[in-house]
Design a protein around this ligand. Structure first.
Ligand code: LER
Ligand code: MN
Length: 281
């Protein structure tokens, strides 16, 4: 397995002059820590110079395993389940617009908060119907490009739609597309799943990407989650992709990133699933 960490690339970072500054400095830091990859959170791919972005990550020998889309909800309130058809259409078009960049980088596209929250007066069933329609359209557009989507079950405090692996698997069944799977995040799982290991086993081959944070959403090793047991269950599904750190910058970003790597390397070493780069570090 390989290790990556999430880097939020707000629009300003990608606009002409500032692009090379902060973005490249952050990528360089992540590479210097010893990560194999960087997961990018991108609000709108139109604000990104794809060629330059690819050049920066390749210059630092990093891969991009995944692209997060949640900022389109956080900053613009785009949502697959809005009661406004124009907003739903904009959300679908925004997600589809990630396909060329994802194809170029070999990244999976994450569908987290872009699914939205059921608006007052709308039934849960109606939200689920909108969600299935949106996912089928996005998956159909991405399939010929070889791009995959990973829906992330999120905890109950962030959305009313899809909290658990069981609900995620039922949704996969309804969507019926081979390029649509799940992103599991240990922070959300610790709140919603009766057993993280059982749920990982249940998700099996449908796991397209994996987020790690400890129980307190600090870096792995800062809380009470047993990452040996969790990542053993993940390994046993046959997963060979990225374990991606998505946690709060505590006690600060650099220390968190370094401690996460240290902790996860030990765990992966014990499980004998270290990537080549991690073995060499
Ligand atoms: C995104 O990956 C995530 O885990 C959400 O909690 C963001 O709000
Ligand atoms: Mn996550």
């Amino acid at each position: 397995m390989k290790l990556s960490i999430v880097l939020s690339t707000h629009a300003a970072h990608f606009e002409a002059v500032t692009f090379k500054g902060d973005f490249e400095a952050n990528v360089a830091r992540i590479a210097a820590y010893g990560y194999d990859g960087v997961e990018l959170a991108i609000r709108d791919p139109r604000l990104v110079d794809a060629e330059e972005l690819e050049a920066v990550v390749r210059r630092h020998n990093l891969e991009v395993p995944a692209i997060g889309t949640g900022q389109a909800w956080g900053e613009e309130r785009l949502s697959f389940t809005s009661n406004d058809p124009a907003v739903r259409r904009a959300a679908v078009e925004r997600v589809k617009s990630h396909i060329p960049l994802a194809r170029r980088l070999g990244a999976v596209v994450i569908l987290g908060l872009i699914r939205g929250i059921t608006p007052p007066g709308q039934s849960h069933a109606q939200s689920m119907a909108y969600l299935v329609d949106a996912l089928q359209e996005c998956a159909a557009a991405a399939a010929p490009e070889g791009v995959r989507f990973a829906l992330e079950p999120l905890n109950r405090y962030e959305t009313d739609l899809i909290h658990t692996v069981e609900e995620g698997l039922a949704l996969i069944e309804r969507v019926g597309a081979a390029n649509f799977g799940l992103l599991l995040d240990t922070f959300h799982m610790n709140i919603e799943e009766p057993s993280l290991e059982e749920s990982i086993r249940m998700a099996g081959r449908h796991i397209f990407h994996f987020h790690v944070a400890d129980s307190n959403r600090w870096h792995p090793g800062a809380g009470h989650l047993d990452f040996v047991s969790i990542l053993r269950a993940l390994r046993d599904t046959g997963y060979t992709g990225y374990v991606s750190g998505e946690f709060m910058p505590q006690p600060d970003a650099d220390t968190g990133a370094r401690r996460a790597l240290e902790h996860l390397r030990k765990v992966l070493e014990q499980l004998e699933v270290l990537s080549y780069k991690q073995v060499m570090c």
